[in-house]
Design a protein around this ligand. Structure first.
Ligand SMILES: *Cc1c(COP(=O)(O)O)cnc(C)c1O
Ligand code: SF4
Length: 329
């Protein structure tokens, strides 16, 4: 239950860890036991305290910590790595609006996130182009209006739920006014990293919308899912949303059959469903997270032996120019 004394989600976001040394101290892990930090930080550390609380104290190899800890190896791009690995820049329908697939287009609603994931493929996206200004949003909305083949608007980012309720509600209302749109999809890591963001006001915006709502959250490891996350998912479902999960296959985080199996089971228990397991996009400086496709295929085969079919995520890769995500294997 919310109580008056509990900090709001905005206060929790303001209070997130931004200094590696403070996070290390909170985790009782000396800096010299952690990977060396990069020299300059164009993509600084950002971790909400609630998420850091789910990390194991004193464990430099914690799978949640590994997702967010800046590493000196990030400043080295392997030869096959790109700043725009998935062809975002060539699929712009309008500034900040990407269409790669039939019937749905993706809005880069904001550049801001509540956590900085070190493997993120959009860390180099030109976010100045995103819909942070009213004129940009107007142009994106016009593009939806002008194309009757679009049934679904995907709000992504960055993280669209970082927007305050007023701005978020205005976007939803504008999309509702486009008669041929039937589905609103929200790609967000906030149900997992800042579950207090799923407020009753936000749920009211979703439950009163004429659009069907799909929330695709993002957890990679079972330890990310605690009771606060399960409550957030329950609130979203109570608002009528379908809640799915996408993960990225990450070395040292979830590249074991046990981790992936327990992730699927934790999602199920929390009221979510596995959707995609993404092969890592080749973004510059991400090589420490790379898992060979042959290993990924073997892991998913093992999952298929252990779990009911509906708890096995689709293992896919995004390939520039393809008409959908491409199954691996
Ligand atoms: C991944 C992606 C989608 C969503 O694809 P689904 O297969 O429908 O989940 C939509 N638009 C863009 C630009 C994407 O990258
Ligand atoms: S929350 Fe999503 S967009 Fe933001 S850094 Fe993480 S993976 Fe990237």
């Amino acid at each position: 239950m919310d109580t008056a004394s509990e900090p709001t989600w905005q206060e929790q976001l303001r209070d997130a860890f931004r200094e590696p040394s403070e996070l290390a101290a909170f985790l009782n892990t000396p800096l010299d036991r952690l990977p060396p930090l990069p020299r300059s930080g164009s993509f600084p550390l950002l971790v909400p305290r609630g998420f850091a609380n789910r990390m194991r104290k004193g464990d430099p190899l914690d799978p949640l910590l590994r997702q967010v800890w800046p590493d000196a190896s990030e400043s080295v791009a392997a030869p096959e790595e790109r700043s725009d690995p998935v062809g975002d820049l060539s699929s712009r329908k309008a500034p900040g609006l990407l269409q790669k697939y039939a019937s749905r287009a993706l809005v880069v609603a904001t550049g801001a996130c509540a956590v900085h994931c070190r493997y993120c493929f959009r860390q180099n996206f030109p976010y100045d182009e995103s819909a942070t200004s009213p004129s940009r949003w107007a142009a994106q909305l016009d593009a939806f209006r002008a194309d009757a083949s679009l049934r679904e608007a995907v709000l992504s980012g960055g993280d669209p739920l970082v927007l305050p309720d007023s701005a978020f509600a205005a976007r939803v209302a504008d999309l509702e006014s486009v008669a041929h749109l039937s589905t609103l999809r929200i790609h967000s890591r906030l149900p997992v990293v800042l579950p207090s963001r799923i407020t009753s006001d936000l749920c009211r915006i979703l439950s009163t919308s004429r659009l069907r709502v799909v929330v695709v959250a993002h957890a990679n490891h079972p330890s990310e899912i605690d009771s606060s996350v399960a409550s957030a998912i329950a609130r979203l479902r109570g608002a009528g949303a379908v809640v799915l999960n996408q993960s990225v296959l990450l070395a040292g985080v979830n590249d074991s059959a046990d981790a992936l199996e327990n992730l699927s089971l934790a999602l199920w228990d929390a009221g979510s469903m596995p959707y995609y397991l993404h092969a890592l996009d080749r973004v510059e400086g991400s090589s420490r997270f790379r898992v060979a496709d042959t290993d990924g295929i073997r892991l998913v085969e093992e999952l298929r032996r252990r779990l009911p079919g509906y708890l096995v995520p689709r293992f896919v890769r995004e390939i520039e120019g393809e008409p959908s995500k491409t199954p691996v294997g």
